[in-house]
Design a protein around this ligand. Structure first.
Ligand SMILES: Nc1ncnc2c1ncn2[C@@H]1O[C@H](COP(=O)(O)OP(=O)(O)OP(=O)(O)O)[C@@H](O)[C@H]1O
Ligand SMILES: [Mg+2]
Length: 244
């Protein structure tokens, strides 16, 4: 059985079928990219997987359990962590405080209530998550003072502090420089040693370098799926998306 599966997963907004019956199957430990034109339904699909919005139809299983009815936070507790396309940090808190909030939740989840939280444990987890995304030296700055691209990295640090089994990244490289993108790719590859990655990405260089497999969406449906090579050479994908 796959680590994550969606079966006939669908979501409509009024008359619009944003996700129109998607069957997705992810293996544990893979880096899966989802690509497709604007409005293809990529964000809606991962919002269904994270539980941010409920489906109109279909089922989702993760790590051996049906999670379709679970609330978003219960999915986080099971290890599904989603960094939003629209940034969701607390701008008037420091980087440390933002990440510590996430670390605290992750450390609380596996522990009996009577065993208090060790603040040095939270501090260590927080600093290590910030170091990992390259923001360790700016830990005491206010999140709102970071450039947009760095706010996205802070979100990834918050996600890491939640100890993900499945990390969903929605356009993480948007707003990053070339060098920052290269660093980011290295970071995601290192995260992939411990977690499965679902990556929505428009930068095709990043997709081709990172992905084990690629799922192409168009009009709410899955248009194609395969290795980077297979997708590059897929005639229908070239017509619909790659602009050949
Ligand atoms: N909350 C909503 N209410 C109404 N329509 C929505 C909502 N969210 C998404 N849609 C519509 O559903 C379709 C799919 O949107 P979605 O955001 O999933 O696309 P996407 O593939 O992530 O696009 P992009 O690459 O621009 O991020 C679009 O037509 C969008 O306008
Ligand atoms: Mg989107």
């Amino acid at each position: 059985m796959s680590f994550l599966t969606t079966q006939a997963l669908a979501r409509s907004f009024g008359g619009l079928k944003a996700v129109a019956g998607v069957d997705l199957a992810l293996a544990q430990g893979e880096i899966r990219a989802i690509i497709g034109p604007n409005g293809a339904g990529k964000t809606t699909l991962v919002s269904l997987i994270s539980g941010r919005i409920p489906p109109s139809a279909g089922r989702i299983t993760f790590d051996g359990a049906d999670i379709t009815e679970l609330k978003p936070w219960d999915r986080v507790l099971r290890g599904i962590v989603y960094t939003f396309q629209i940034t969701s940090i607390f701008k008037n808190l420091t980087l440390t405080d933002n990440v510590a909030l996430a670390a605290q939740r992750a450390l609380t989840r596996s522990r009996p209530l009577w065993r208090g939280l060790d603040s040095s444990e939270i501090a260590t987890a927080t600093q290590s998550a910030l170091d990992r995304v390259g923001l360790g030296a700016r830990a005491d700055e206010l999140a709102g003072e970071l450039a947009y691209g760095h706010q996205r990295l802070l979100e990834v640090a918050m996600g890491l502090a939640l100890k993900p089994k499945l990390l969903i990244l929605d356009e993480p490289t948007q707003g990053l420089s070339e060098q920052e993108i290269a660093d980011f790719c290295r970071l995601v590859k290192s995260i992939a040693q411990e977690a499965t990655i679902l990556l929505i990405e428009h930068n095709m260089d990043v997709v081709m370098e990172m992905a084990d497999r690629i799922t192409v969406m168009n009009n709410g449906a899955m248009l194609a799926e395969g290795t980077p090579d297979e997708i590059m050479n897929h005639a229908e994908v070239q017509r619909a998306y790659l602009g050949a």
